[in-house]
Design a protein around this ligand. Structure first.
Ligand code: F3S
Length: 400
């Protein structure tokens, strides 16, 4: 790789141990993927923040990087942590876990990262512009940034995202290159999509079909005339989970779609496909849920408002987590939604989520509108799943 004098200086250790380690990570990645040079990044989002995922080895590494004069050079936010950083006791998080989680956050903040822990950084102050080069790690946010915003990012791992933050650089390969952002297959949706759950199910179908065609083929999705931020984030989360997808195009909705279909195959998705995908996300033996969660990816303020409206004057009968970012929660506080929601017995789980919190085996069955959450509920937390639309999830929480 051709490096600038500044990059050579970091690699030589002239700018501290952490910058040196970071540049070593990035040059190794660049060599593996055939990058010719480094390019500057404008924004970073780091995953691997929950102590439940990091463990002791991860915490030690972060502590070493912070001690090695590591300091971020660009705006940097974090993925969800393993707990609500202000209200972890209410969620039943053990004190020894909380102590470790605070040490993780402390290491990141000593390096200058903003401790806004969310998988929707674009809703919480870390919003790149179209064409910006960024280094984000959370897979749903990566797909959203590439597809919906038109910013450019590979799916970084925790260490490579931190390395990008500490150097302000990333190797130029993959989604940073124009030729890898073009669609290669048409997905013709021949059924109406009406809720976040429908978009999540579509993401599962597309992800599954592209697994067969090869992950590098980007879909050009037709038959979707409109989509809200909430629906797009649901599609992103699911397509990234089930197909490793980093980008899709929807003509008329996403900025790089253009108007001409790709010359490759066409996949059709009909009503029966959508129904089958939705059914596959629920366990037949789940029965009634004992845990209910909305907010995978983290909720928008509009979704929080919708929950408040549905819960107003009612009492929940189940453990119900409402997961969102701290900035959205603050707006919810000001607008009175928090009071309505908490009066119902539902709990905000801010800075965290039902997947990265240490709740493995704590519940039997979870109800959610998130196809991504279903995947991890089963694989990580050993919960059975009930996949429902948004309103039905809230109703499930009310069933005694
Ligand atoms: Fe976000 Fe957790 Fe889902 S990080 S995308 S809410 S699994």
């Amino acid at each position: 790789m051709i490096l600038t004098s500044e990059e050579h200086s970091m690699l030589a250790g002239d700018q501290g141990k952490a910058a040196q380690t970071a540049m070593q990570i990035l040059t190794a990645l660049g060599r593996i993927y055939g990058a010719q040079r480094m390019i500057p990044v404008r924004s970073v989002q780091i995953a691997g923040v929950s102590y439940d995922n990091l463990g002791e080895a991860g915490l030690e590494w972060l502590t070493e990087m912070a001690a090695g004069e590591g300091h971020v050079r660009v705006p940097t936010t974090l993925n969800p942590a393993g707990m609500d950083l202000e209200n972890w006791r209410v969620l039943g998080i053990p004190a020894d876990f909380a102590e470790k989680q605070y040490r993780v956050i402390d290491a990141f903040t000593r390096m200058g990262a903003t401790p806004t822990c969310t998988c929707t950084p674009y809703l919480a102050g870390n919003l790149p512009a179209m064409g910006d080069t960024i280094a984000w790690a959370e897979s749903s946010a990566v797909c959203y940034a590439n597809s919906v915003i038109g910013a450019r990012t590979n799916r970084e791992g925790g260490p490579s995202a931190l390395a990008a933050a500490l150097t302000g650089r990333t190797p130029e390969y993959g989604m940073h290159r124009e030729e890898n952002r073009r669609p290669g297959v048409t997905v013709d949706v021949q059924t109406r999509l009406s809720d976040t759950a429908d978009f999540g199910a579509l993401g599962k179908i597309i992800g599954g079909r592209l697994e067969i065609l090869g992950r590098k083929v980007l879909p050009w999705i037709t038959g979707v005339d409109s989509a809200s931020v909430e629906q797009l984030k649901s599609l992103c989360a699911s397509a990234a989970t089930y197909g490793g997808l980093a980008m899709f195009h929807i003509p008329g909705i996403t900025p790089e779609a253009g108007s001409r279909p790709p010359s490759g195959n066409t996949i059709t998705v009909g009503g029966a496909d959508l129904l089958a995908a939705k059914q596959s996300l629920s366990d037949a033996s789940a029965g009634e849920a004992d845990f209910v969660s909305l907010g995978c990816p983290h909720l928008t303020l509009g979704e929080v408002a919708r929950i408040a409206e549905l819960l107003d004057g009612k009492q929940v009968a189940k453990e119900f987590w409402i997961t969102t970012s701290r900035p959205v929660k603050r707006d919810s506080d000001r607008l009175g939604y928090t009071e309505i929601i908490e009066r119902s017995g539902a709990k905000f789980a801010v800075d965290t989520c039902c997947v990265v919190a240490p709740i493995r085996g704590r519940f039997r069955a979870m109800a959610t509108d998130s196809a991504k959450a279903c995947y991890y509920a089963a694989s990580k937390n050993r919960f059975k799943t009930r996949f429902l639309d948004f309103t039905a999830v809230v109703e499930e929480a009310l069933v005694k």
